[in-house]
Design a protein around this ligand. Structure first.
Ligand SMILES: [Zn+2]
Length: 547
């Protein structure tokens, strides 16, 4: 007898097959039968609704949050049943007790997590990667979790304070390699790193992985060959070229996930050049994918921590400064001229490209300014836009909240990226940048906006891209498909209503700190391993992947 049966649903199998009407039965956490007129202990009528495998979110940063919040909010409510953590190599294990403060300060800077939240929240019941996974297992999780070995953490563990300052010596690389293999044996899903200039740590220093030379990268990615499995993921800076990554893919025989491919209206071909280079490598038999986002990248920020600008070369002198010294720098004419000059120059990848008409004042002591753009306001005041923004913030103790629509705003282009054969729908960044933006509902946005509203993808294809496609790429066994024997990770939804609602601020982080969230629209049920209740912990720590 089946535990429950979802009846009369439009079944989207995750493989991209044409949808069919039917029933799906679950027993002991697994799909037990798919067919017609099935019976079970509990019957759920799903007439008019669609059923798909739960969403696999392959780019999250829940490493810290999950230690105090095993409910992994808000992802489960948004249809996510499996999340991959440790992206970009920003993990919290391994970590010696003496390095905890440094690791938290780095996360504060690079992933926009409040230091106070991290200090109050993180449970440091581990030092090594195996101990970290064991702790997650012990404490339980609402959704399935798989984790990368993180390059920056390996560097900090082996090189201490030198990690963000220099290339590693041979013996240091050897120790990192041993730790990487230890992590893989403990069930990591692969190895993650970043070479992106947008990734800066405490005191404005680069995140440690950015200091790795090619030899270190070859050696560490090469360890995956020895492990015999695992994915290499990196968030690349403009100087990291696809041919080098193809070389790593060829030498290791492992898939390579290349992030973050976001469309930039001031350099509109760059992302397509990368996707074409990746497709060409695929034609030569290498497994590479380009990680793209289906969400416009728009960020709330204040000048206290303006992530939007911190990747600029000309902003670096301001990064380590605090208080009066920082404010003096923001006032400095030479500093402002340098920022203006840099924004004039073309760039391969740059978060902010002087689109002042896409920077809006969200909250200001001057209520008149709210909901107007810096472009408009500066023109009206007869001032330069950078001067206008900085002077406004300086006059309000830097508390002015701005929003910038940065990348991925050209819908024609993003539609093309979504259909590109070399792309992977990704980059929710869930768990990070909590006060800047929230794309944890990226899957619902794909189904609502891109499928229903814009018709850029067929529903069955969109579902495949959120489920079996990442499962296959990452070697996640037995998930992402509606077939008997597969885990009952499911999302029941109304295709006519599915989407994500307007973002709003809630204050539920440790210490009452704020984060942005978006409600789920049109979602009628989410099951993880056959369990529907989102307040329970039916998830598994995934530690066994296919090669
Ligand atoms: Zn990331």
């Amino acid at each position: 007898m089946h535990d429950f049966v979802i009846r009369n649903a439009l079944l989207l199998d995750g493989l991209g097959s044409a949808p069919v009407h039917g029933d799906l039965a679950v027993k002991d956490g697994k799909i037990s039968e798919v067919g017609k007129s099935l019976s079970g202990k509990e019957l759920i009528d799903a007439s008019g609704l669609a059923l798909m495998p739960g969403i696999i979110d392959n780019h999250t940063h829940y490493d810290a949050q999950i230690t105090w919040d095993p409910l992994v909010s808000p992802s489960p409510a948004l249809g996510v049943t499996t999340a991959i953590i440790g992206n970009c190599g920003f993990t919290i294990a391994p970590c010696r007790p003496a390095d905890r403060e440094l690791v938290m300060k780095n996360l504060t800077q690079v992933e926009g997590m409040s230091l106070d939240v991290l200090r109050q929240g993180i449970r440091w019941e581990f030092e090594t990667i195996p101990q970290y996974f064991d702790m997650l297992e012990r404490r339980g999780t609402a959704i399935n979790i798989a984790g990368f070995v993180g390059h920056s953490s390996l560097r900090t563990y082996v090189m201490g304070e030198e990690a963000p300052r220099r290339a590693a010596a041979r013996d240091e690389v050897a120790r990192m390699r041993a730790l990487l293999l230890e992590g893989m044996r403990a069930g990591a899903i692969g190895f993650a790193t970043s070479t992106s200039p947008a990734h800066n740590g405490h005191g404005g220093l680069p995140m440690p992985s950015r200091l790795a030379d090619d030899a270190e990268m070859r050696e560490l990615v090469g360890a995956l060959k020895e492990a015999g499995r695992g994915v290499f993921m990196l968030t690349k800076g403009g100087h990291t070229k696809v041919p080098f990554l193809e070389e790593l893919a060829a030498a290791s025989g492992r898939p390579v996930v290349i992030a973050a491919l976001l469309h930039n209206s001031t350099n509109p071909r760059a992302v397509f050049d990368d996707l074409e280079a990746i497709a060409a490598a695929n034609a030569r038999g290498r497994r590479l994918v380009g990680a793209i986002s289906c969400c416009p990248l728009s960020m709330d920020f204040t000048l206290h921590s303006p992530y939007t600008f911190e990747g600029l070369e000309s902003w670096q002198p301001a990064l380590p400064l605090k208080g009066a010294a920082y404010e003096a720098k923001l006032k400095d004419r030479g500093f402002r001229d340098a920022v203006r000059a840099e924004l004039q120059r073309p760039a391969h990848f740059r978060l902010f490209n002087a689109q002042w008409d896409q920077v809006e004042v969200v909250e200001s002591a001057n209520r008149q300014a709210e909901q107007h753009t810096i472009g408009e306001l500066a023109r009206a005041a007869g001032k330069d836009p950078l001067d206008f923004m900085l002077d406004l913030a300086l006059g309000e103790k830097l508390d002015t909240v701005f929003n910038a629509l940065l990348l991925n705003s050209d819908e024609q282009a993003v539609g093309e990226m979504l259909r590109h054969p070399a792309s992977l729908v990704s980059l929710s960044d869930a768990g990070a940048h909590l006060t800047f933006f929230n794309d944890a509902g990226f899957g619902l946005h794909l189904l609502g906006h891109w499928v229903r509203e814009r018709g850029a993808l067929e529903l069955d294809d969109a579902v495949r891209r959120l489920t079996s496609a990442p499962a296959q790429l990452f070697g996640i066994r037995g998930r992402g498909v509606l077939k008997p024997g597969y885990a009952a990770d499911l999302m029941l939804f109304d295709p006519a209503a599915v989407g994500r609602g307007a973002k709003r601020r809630v204050f539920d982080l440790p210490g009452g700190h704020p984060r942005l969230t978006t409600p789920a629209l049109g979602v009628h049920g989410v099951w993880v391993n056959g369990v529907r209740h989102l307040e329970s912990l039916p998830g598994k720590v995934l530690r066994d992947f296919s090669a």
